[in-house]
Design a protein around this ligand. Sequence first.
Ligand SMILES: Cc1ncc(COP(=O)(O)O)c(C=O)c1O
Length: 368
Amino acid sequence: MIPVPKHIQQLKPYVAGKTIEEVVAQYNPPRISKLASNENRLGCSQKANEAALKALPVIMNYPDPACTLLRQKISEKTGIPAERIMPGSGSEGVMQLIIKTFFEPHEHALTASATFIGFTVLINSRGVGLRQLPLTAGYRFDTAALADAITPDTRMVYIANPNNPTGTYITKTEFEAFMARVPEHVMVIMDEAYYEFAAGLDDYPDATRYDFDNLITLRTFSKAYGLAGYRIGYGLAHPEIIKTLMKVKLPFEPSLPAQYAAMGALEDDDFLRKTQHMVESGRNRLYRFLTEKEVTFVPSASNSVMMVFETEEQAAHFTEEMLKKGVILRRLPGFGLPNCVRVTVGLDAEMDHFEEAFEAVYESVNQS
Ligand SMILES: Cc1ncc(COP(=O)(O)O)c(C=O)c1O
């Protein structure tokens, strides 16, 4: 057999949320609400799908490697110059590119213990070091501890803001104090995959509004725009960083339909507003419900809410019983949070389903 490098042998396969087909095969519940993967339960804008279809007559051609039209469109929307924009196959695609590009073998990255697993997998598969620091007691990134932990070999600090799976965010004050302490040789990735759900908060730091040469902000079309299946996102950074990334990027990513879909999605502010409204009202409804049921939860700035159970057994039992009723939730042992369960905010009917199933199973959870 071909020898596999040790750092690759040590990787664990990605465990995704259960698919609808798996749940049907296992429990065959009368209806299913998939609230496990932070997808947009409203779907996506019709304009996105219509735009993607325009790629089909020219699908035999390779896409423009510079993604000129899409970068222009994002630039018009954000007011950020196109030379600062780096499209990729999902924001995770851009993350992969950054990690591929900027590390020397002896260097390492810093992040929190419970954050987007994609980042840790990419770092581990690159074979460089990773230090993960505990979250604060409130399940938040500890920016002071991250700044303290930086050494001459630290090349990157990754902060998801808002964070997944906790939904918490770092404030403007924390971000500014942190950046003031980060040396120039350290690249800071601010992953704003859930930006559109947090942007309205007064103390949320939109990282694209800061001018640091060592900062890259990630955004995605997968969440608020509902285009997860297309695989498209982008990074925003100093033009020199973008130029370097462009040299390493696979020339023909993202795919042409994905680029067109993203341009279509940017034409539909109504859809975005509807999504933001669904998430905000669904979150408030969940808060009310969980408070009434005396279940601990972490207030969220994203499209999911994390429930905190007293024990791992309760979290496991609750998730499995909800699954039997057709409500797919996400347990979080892989994030180092074995007693926590994440629920994605869905449509009213899905929230009804969540509440009904919850009422039916919760008593048995207390006894587990
Ligand atoms: C914090 C965070 N970053 C990035 C991603 C990946 O998003 P994309 O679909 O753009 O690759 C996710 C997806 O769950 C996420 O939660």
